[in-house]
Design a protein around this ligand. Structure first.
Ligand code: NAP
Length: 497
């Protein structure tokens, strides 16, 4: 880091980490980008440049894919037992645990999120996820099937690693999304080329150090930072890659379908959302209000499952809006390193401008906009928690993913319309229902076309809970058995006895 005095609270470990160069990890060695280009890393809370990462390009991706291919086919990784892979994953978790404070601080500096969140959510959840995936190494198995033919046969299925996988991650939960892909990929026996988001690559690169320290053989995990349109696209197009696991926007996800055509590589796509929160007339309003506020304002609204559309029974609409406004006013916006901060900035100036443009557009269109006036002045990409209502259901703020702390609310007169309202979106990632009538909740949950529906609860996630989207929110599922299967190919072996 150029000026360490700016952040007096940083631990010694983090200072040391920031004083070392950030480089690409290719075939077990740290290296600069082939053309020497770098990208400045900006702390979104104060707009200061805190580090530089390599801007990897096509040549770097090609080297990384070749290293991953060799490690998959001929390296020690290919001969390791599942138990040996399990021990390596567990060891990475132990090493991450020993450097928790550093990873939490790097995540906050890089992404802007409150340190309390990095420290109590992002890093511990990543450690447990690594341990969860470690357990899967010895539990991947096939089945036997009956053969309906004259004679005697044994027909069985084997689950084999899909091969070399490209992992492309977004910036909102950088370490967690890295681990949620890396864990099952390694557990299944794949080798990896990881392309983290250009805005938030620091923890992925430092995780690479732990991966080597744990004893993962060279070439099994390669990390190439760089621009999505350059490094990400090169990875997605590369014929040496068997599968891409992508989390990010629907627009880029769609472009990967074209990029994957060359060798028909497998694709898992975790994409955007415009998830509804639905409050029935009989809901426990105190809990529903807190849940609805948390669903949209947590992580500054930069969550794919953010509850960005709110539908409330008309008789409670004013009370709910007032409740969410006062919850919004209680967020303390500021530099994430300050433990008192409960809402950090957005990740970049681009994201700040994008979110503000949506708010301004709604205001210009005559919508009612309630913004809590708590954003700190001066530098930093802050946007106040904002509630928009009295807006046309066709307006962009209602239809498009904003990915910021912006809630769009509507009063509902006819409860029979709730399913149609919830489903009136190109997305289908998640939904949340608040009511004391559990039968009504289940009935509605069945009608909603979304990958996850929560009832009287905010979003609950975990490495064992399948996650993914209907419609344009994605292809496939991450986590649990479904997640690990997506990093395997199924082979059928039939033997005549
Ligand atoms: P994004 O722009 O789609 O970027 C995601 C990743 O793709 C980044 O690593 C990006 O690289 C890379 N990328 C960009 N263009 C590419 C291309 N042409 N080829 C290959 N890779 C490319 O999304 P974002 O703005 O980072 O993240 C926000 C989006 O992610 C939101 O839509 C959100 O809903 C979605 N998201 C979904 C989930 C889920 O599980 N469903 C979870 C989190 C986020 P650079 O950043 O380096 O350009």
């Amino acid at each position: 880091m150029r000026d360490q005095t700016m952040y007096p609270t940083l631990t010694e470990q983090t200072r040391e980490s920031l004083s070392r160069p950030f480089q690409l990890l290719i075939d077990g060695a740290w290296t600069d980008a082939a053309d020497g280009e770098t990208i400045d890393v900006v702390n979104p809370a104060d707009e200061q440049v805190i580090a530089a990462i390599p801007a990897g390009g096509r040549e770097d991706i090609d080297r990384a894919v070749r290293a991953a291919r060799q490690a998959f086919e001929t390296g020690p990784w290919a001969r390791m037992t599942p138990g040996e892979r399990a021990r390596l994953l567990w060891r990475i978790a132990d090493l991450l645990e020993a450097r928790q404070a550093e990873f939490a601080e790097l995540e906050t500096l890089d992404n802007g999120k409150p340190i309390t969140m990095s420290k109590w959510v992002d890093v511990p959840a990543s450690i447990s996820a690594l341990r969860y995936w470690s357990g899967w190494c010895t539990k991947i198995s096939g089945e036997t099937r009956a053969v309906d033919m004259p004679g005697e046969y044994i027909a069985m299925t084997l689950r084999e690693p899909v091969g070399v996988v490209g992992l492309i991650t977004p910036w909102n939960f950088p370490l967690m999304s890295t681990v949620s892909k890396l864990g099952p990929a390694l557990a299944a026996g794949c080798t990896v080329v990881l392309k983290p988001a250009e805005q938030t690559s620091l923890t992925a690169l430092r995780l690479g150090e732990l991966i080597l320290e744990a004893g993962v053989p060279a070439g099994v995990v390669n990390i190439v930072t760089g621009l999505g349109a350059v490094a990400g696209a090169a990875l997605a197009e590369h014929d040496g890659v068997d599968k891409i696991s992508f989390t990010g926007s629907t627009a880029v996800g769609k472009s990967l379908i074209g990029a994957a055509r060359g060798n028909l590589k497998r694709l898992t796509l975790e994409l955007g959302g415009k998830s509804p929160t639905i409050i029935f007339p009989d809901a426990d309003l105190e809990k529903a209000i807190a849940g609805a506020a948390n669903a949209i304002f947590r992580n500054s609204g930069q969550i794919c499952v953010a509850g960005s559309r709110l539908y409330v029974a008309r008789q409670h609409f004013d009370q709910v809006i007032e409740g969410i406004s006062s919850a919004a006013a209680q967020f303390r916006l500021g530099n994430g390193l300050d433990p008192a901060t409960t809402m950090g900035p957005l990740v970049s100036d681009k994201q700040q401008q994008r979110v503000r443009a949506y708010i301004d557009g709604a205001r210009a269109g005559g919508a009612s906009v309630i913004a809590s006036e708590s954003a700190p002045g001066g530098a930093g990409y802050f946007v106040e928690p904002t509630i928009i209502h009295a807006v046309e259901q066709r307006a962009p703020v209602v239809r498009e993913e904003i990915f910021g702390p912006v809630l769009v609310a509507a009063a509902v007169d006819d409860l029979d319309e709730l399913a149609a309202l919830a489903n009136d979106s190109i997305y289908g990632l998640s939904a949340s229902i608040w009511t004391r009538d559990i039968s009504a909740a289940y009935k509605l949950a069945r009608k909603i076309r979304a990958g996850t529906v929560t009832i009287n609860s905010g979003s609950i996630a975990g490495p064992n809970i399948p996650f993914g989207g209907f419609k344009q929110s994605g292809w496939g599922r991450e986590n649990g058995a479904e997640g690990i299967e997506s990093f395997t190919e199924l082979k059928t072996v039939i033997t005549a006895l």
